[in-house]
Design a protein around this ligand. Sequence first.
Ligand code: NAG
Ligand code: NAG
Length: 173
Amino acid sequence: MTKLPFVIVLVISILTFLKADELGELKRSSMTLYFQDYFGGNNATMKPVTFSGDAWSFKQFGTIFCTDDPITVTMDQGSAQVGRAQGIYVTSALDGSNTHVLISVVFTNDEFGGSTLEVQGTSKQFERVREVAVVGGTGRFRLARGYVTFETVHIDLSLSYSIIEGNFTIWHY
Ligand SMILES: *[C@@H]1O[C@H](CO)[C@@H](O)[C@H](O)[C@H]1NC(C)=O
Ligand SMILES: *[C@@H]1O[C@H](CO)[C@@H](O)[C@H](O)[C@H]1NC(C)=O
């Protein structure tokens, strides 16, 4: 009977070892993706859903935006779709300078379909390059960690349309 705890510990150790082994090698991946963002009009892919103060604005503290941007492989919006950027942005600095990003990159292409990357953190929304953390992932990107830099590479105010380039650098199993 006194040997039982030892056996249990041994079994748990073996299970833990097998589990760690299943994850495979830690890999580094980088990819450049393009978010096709319509921030107004009938077919908006980003919309304010609630705000504090008199009106919504990117600069108005407390404005919350919901987004579902198509993500493509090149800047061309007709290029192959990789997935969608789904989630919310909250203007989270009192002076409006920062937005809090909470989005999932939901892959739908052949290579990564069914997998996700989770992007979360504050973004200096009016700077040329914004860096946000990649805090997790699922499927092909389990236990992902890393960062993404966003840069608005095209903007057309008359169409309420912009293209945001996202350079992802991640470590994952
Ligand atoms: C919005 O989508 C509809 C249906 O796909 C299309 O007919 C219309 O031209 C689009 N409007 C704009 C402003 O892009
Ligand atoms: C993002 O990657 C593209 C393509 O490699 C590169 O041209 C661009 O300079 C990068 N942007 C940033 C902010 O590093």
